[in-house]
Design a protein around this ligand. Structure first.
Ligand code: COI
Length: 443
């Protein structure tokens, strides 16, 4: 090892190579002198300098689909602080082998550590954040999360760039959306910036789990649950905010081609006045039965419709976009407006901004319906449709099974499809090929 290494370099080196070092330790390829394991343990605990050295570059975005800061209600109490974060590292026997990038699929493996922050109103509010080994939670069977689905989550990713550096994509947006969702769920709001810093620390500890390929990433799942063990339908005075990490491959199997969608107006995922625009777990559980129905019908995903005119809302777990030729013979892109039925996706927002920046066609947030899509397809004016979200990025749509018909969408038959350019641009930013303020480097 280079003698010029400072203590913080040394600590970082150990974190980056932790799994290999521990394997070597176990295989006796590294011999520690007496007290050595203590030194390693100490080195694995970042000191104050390291905490302050975690470099987070964020850029304040322009107007967003939800408030970027939320005033905490007076009764939320104390906020947690990043500087109070403690770390308890996994013992060698708790470390998991890292899977091959080819075997990842979505959400099947988890890293060695997790972040957890408890909230207890009676203790004054948020407690100190801690990073611990990945462990089962120990909850009372009456915890509100189990009975009334008092639960919400976010989906984010850490990307290993072509330069080897790890990046997040617009993380402040996830924090803002999580806070508006917490507010809607009667759960305590929190300091999003402090959570980003704590999550960065977690990712750096498990940094070798961030896949070294561009086809994979580390999925970040911040989750907030109501854990008060009482059966009243009321806000939860105790909560748990935790984050787990999962190396993931493509959400849809590579080479599967465009998506075939099942559009049955008898099912809906959201309604006006509901929480379709908030990222609560209870929006997803009830879709599983319909997704099974879609598979039975030979489709990949559900196209969610709403109302008597069968307006399109979302596709599977993604926002939906359509490119078509308008009445003036011009290309125009549409996505449903944020009218309460639609999740304000961060990929959705990024696509709208990119298309506006390119200025090559109009992009509008506007309602559109299945009968209209059917007509556009018949007239040859339907060009592309795709879904967009963190997990699935941008996924082309090829067919829609609707009212006994199969509507063909020529998304992949276009000369240079817009969806592909969007995919390339977004992943280019995420994997450090395009320098862009949306990418936040963490090191
Ligand atoms: C995401 O795109 O991050 C999502 O939240 C989808 C998830 C429900 C699998």
């Amino acid at each position: 090892m280079n003698r010029m290494f400072t203590k913080s370099h040394f600590a970082r080196h150990i974190f980056q190579h932790q799994h290999k070092l521990i394997q070597q330790l176990l295989q006796n390829q590294i011999r520690l002198c007496s007290g050595g394991s203590q030194q390693v343990k100490q080195a694995l605990r970042l000191d104050e300098d390291d905490i302050n050295n975690i470099n987070i570059r964020t850029v304040a975005p322009p107007a967003t689909p939800f408030p970027m800061t939320l005033e905490h209600a007076a009764d939320v109490g104390e906020q947690f602080k990043y500087s109070d974060l403690s770390v308890r590292l996994a013992a060698p026997h708790q470390l998991h082998p890292k899977p091959d990038a080819d075997d990842l699929s979505f959400g099947k493996y988890f890293t060695d550590h997790m972040l957890r922050i408890a909230y207890h109103r009676r203790l004054g509010g948020w407690q100190k954040p801690e990073i611990t080994p990945m462990e089962n939670l120990n909850l009372h069977p009456a915890a509100k999360v189990f009975h009334y689905a008092v639960e919400l989550f976010e989906g984010m990713k850490a990307y290993r760039g072509v330069d080897g550096r790890i990046r997040l994509f617009r993380p402040e947006m996830n924090m803002a959306r999580m806070n508006v969702t917490a507010h809607r769920s009667g759960l305590p709001t929190f300091d999003g910036e402090a959570l980003i810093k704590a999550m960065c620390r977690l990712i750096l500890i498990d940094s070798e789990w961030v896949p070294h390929t561009e086809s994979s990433s580390l999925y970040i799942r911040p989750t907030l649950i109501g854990i008060e063990p009482t059966l009243g339908v009321a806000s939860s005075d105790s909560a748990l905010l935790y984050t787990i990490l999962s190396p993931v491959g493509a959400y849809f199997k590579p080479g599967a081609g465009g998506l075939k969608l099942y559009a049955d107006p008898k099912y809906t995922r959201s309604w006006h006045g509901g929480v379709g625009d908030r990222k609560v777990g209870s929006n997803y559980g009830p879709t599983i039965h319909v997704q099974k129905e879609a598979l039975k019908q030979g489709c990949h995903q559900v196209l969610w419709l709403y109302g008597d005119d069968h307006e399109l809302t979302e596709v599977g777990v993604m926002n939906v976009f359509m490119l078509y030729i308008n009445d003036n013979g011009e290309k125009e892109m549409l996505t449903p407006p944020l009218d309460g039925l639609i999740l304000p996706g961060i990929t959705r927002d990024s696509i709208i901004r990119l298309c506006r920046e390119w200025g090559e066609f109009t992009i509008k947030e506007q309602k559109f319906t299945m009968p209209w899509i059917r007509q556009l397809a018949k007239k040859g004016r339907l060009l592309e449709m795709f879904g967009a979200g963190t997990a699935a990025v941008v996924s082309p749509i090829e067919r829609i099974a609707y009212e006994g018909e199969e509507i063909y969408v020529p998304t992949d038959a276009q000369d240079s499809p817009v969806y592909r350019r969007l995919y390339d641009t977004l992943t280019g930013i995420q994997y450090g090929k395009i320098d862009h303020p949306w990418a936040t480097v963490i090191d």
